[in-house]
Ligand binder design. Structure first.
Ligand code: N2P
Length: 386
């Protein structure tokens, strides 16, 4: 096994070592002309990389390992919603090199010139990615020119089983878990232990559309009215619009949530670590959950594209991609990493869903800019309780 990856490892170590050491003085402004036709790629960028990613997505120590190996100092910031990242990209001069939009947003972003194409020759480990997933992503990014999957997962319902059972009393669990967050018969009972929704129009409206039998990625504004009509009936029962879902579920502020599969699993593990007697579970609604792909991309203003590509290549090493899945509970799109995934993670049906359930899930699509705006208005109206 080791042998297979020995070559790319050795190569990347060589190229990175060629980048210069940390303590070296900055290169003179007028650098001497390179020796003619020497095929040596020298990375002359300052040794800095600015990354903007979702919280609770990078394994502990991974950034430090990259810094240690390359001498590149990483500034790592986080955002909580696609909307927040999008606003930054639209405003321009983000100061970030790598951003990690969901594919639903990445499509209009790359069409709008907010992201730049990758130099794939600098990312050898792209070969580790699952061709089937890359073919799916090509719908958002023709030719796979801009986007490299960080992870994928799905938006679903998470519960504190213990508290939900208590709050529901004699009412049995519904067959469709979405009822727990959208049907007054259930929400009126569960409000006592706390209902939390993700705080983002493009997370909640698509799920609501799916619940009322519409296309989750409808661009028809009339459908948003139908979704908010349904949502209005449960508005008073929603306790939190959350951007700290893991804490809210694990800390007991919410007993039921619309959240992301991996984060719900992180909350479940955290509750166990804290010796809570409550059991937290990510559910698989009978009508399906909404799949998302989060993807690394270079901003158009990226000042350190070579460092960014070195990081992407580093992340795509099988052991790094597997470490993300093993610690963050989100499946990787890295095929070469699969054999390094721990059996308890690979066997967790709420992380790697079974084929039958996968067939029911809703794949991501995207919205026009106008539709997204209308969706945000609809959502804000709902949130204000109008
Ligand atoms: C962060 C998960 C982000 C998933 N822990 C939604 N894009």
């Amino acid at each position: 096994m080791m042998k297979k990856y020995l070559v790319p490892f050795a190569l990347s170590a060589l190229v990175l070592a060629g980048c210069g050491k940390k303590e070296e003085p900055p290169a003179p402004v007028a650098a001497p002309a390179p020796v003619a036709s020497a095929p040596v790629v020298v990375n002359t960028e300052e040794k800095v990389l600015n990354i903007y990613n979702w919280p609770d997505y990078v394994p502990e120590g991974m950034i430090a390992a990259f810094e240690k190996e390359t001498g590149i100092k990483v500034n790592y910031d986080t955002f909580e919603t696609n909307e927040a990242l999008h606003a930054k990209l639209v405003a321009g001069n983000t100061g970030y090199d790598i951003v990690v939009p969901g594919s639903v947003f990445a499509k209009p972003q790359l069409e709008g010139g907010l992201l730049q194409a990758l130099d794939k020759t600098k990312i050898k480990n792209l070969a580790n990615l699952d061709p089937a997933i890359m073919a799916t992503l090509a719908k958002a990014d023709p030719g796979n020119k801009h986007l490299v999957p960080w992870a994928w997962g799905f938006t679903t319902v998470g519960i504190n089983k213990t508290k939900v059972a208590k709050a529901l009393g004699k009412t049995p669990m519904p067959e469709n878990a979405w009822d727990l967050v959208f049907k007054p018969e259930y929400t009126s009972k569960l409000k006592s232990c706390g209902i939390a929704y993700l705080d983002s129009p493009t997370e909640i409206i698509p799920v609501a559309l799916h619940y009322i039998g519409k296309n989750a990625y409808s661009n028809d504004v009339a459908d948003y009215k139908l979704a908010t009509d349904m949502l209005a009936k449960v508005r008073k029962d929603v306790r939190i619009f959350s951007s700290t879902m893991i804490d809210d579920i694990a800390g007991g502020k919410a007993c039921v949530a619309i959240g992301w599969s991996g984060d719900i699993n992180i909350a479940a593990n955290r509750a166990k670590e804290n010796k809570s007697k409550d059991e937290i579970e990510s559910l698989l609604p009978s009508t399906g959950a909404l799949i998302f792909f989060d993807t690394m991309a270079l901003t158009k203003d990226a000042k350190h594209p070579n460092n960014a590509q070195a990081f992407i290549d580093f992340y795509l090493r099988p052991e790094n991609a597997a470490l993300m899945t093993n610690t963050m509970n989100y499946p990787t799109a890295n095929k070469a990493a699969v054999e390094k995934i721990k059996p308890e993670i690979a066997g967790n049906k709420t992380i790697f869903v079974e084929t039958d359930y996968f067939a029911k899930m809703i794949p991501p699509s995207s919205f026009t800019n106008e539709a997204r705006e209308a969706m945000a208005n609809a959502y804000n109206g709902f949130k204000k309780g109008k």
